[in-house]
Design a protein around this ligand. Sequence first.
Ligand code: MN
Length: 250
Amino acid sequence: MELRKPVIGVPVNLLVDGHGTFPGIERAFVNLDYLRSLRLAGATPIALPFASTREDILAQLACLDGLLFAGGADLCPLTFGEEPIRGLGDVYPDMDTHQLALARAAAEAGLPMLGICRGMQVLNVAFGGTLHQDLDSLGDPLYQHVQRSHRHAISHTVDLVAGTLLERAFGQASIGTNSFHHQAVKALAPDFRVNARTRDGVIEGFERDQGFWALGVQWHPEGMVEKHPEMLRIFQLLVEACDREKVSIA
Ligand code: MN
């Protein structure tokens, strides 16, 4: 039987409609550019609604070959043992609960995971790291990490660490990326390795392959794929990791 396409779960974000016909109603959403990028990379994406019990989390994982944690709201700092500073943005604890539990259970099951922006931060916190709650609160000499330009526009240079999966995938020492984040990794989770940084020292990517496969990037490749097709490599790396995992299970 031919291998089906890897099924990649994308946990949903919460949207509360402020006006219109149903003010106050809560909706679940996933930005289409993530789903489009996964399809282009050869995967079948599916959206995962909030769940919190271990039984429901395991039931979601049973349908999947891998996970993509997307961008979105800030993580509640209580999840990594800090109190909220004034520069913290919107937080949705139900979303944090779902995604942190999903990441930890996926690691136990050996499912590959890609984290983008908030998703990278979710992976870091899930496995013992901490975050800068608000880069602007750190002051200079940090660069601007919330760009005021098109979604696809390159706004800063990211240096790739030699010998990492990410550096090998791009085949170059540095790449240009977009940037739409005000939080970032502070203490890196144990067993993760930094693979990308901006020249102000901000961690822009990490990876691991011991025990389970994970890749995180702080920029938004899904918003760049159309104009910068090389960014599809990031999604292909996830699909390839899922294929390898399936072969090893079979
Ligand atoms: Mn950045």
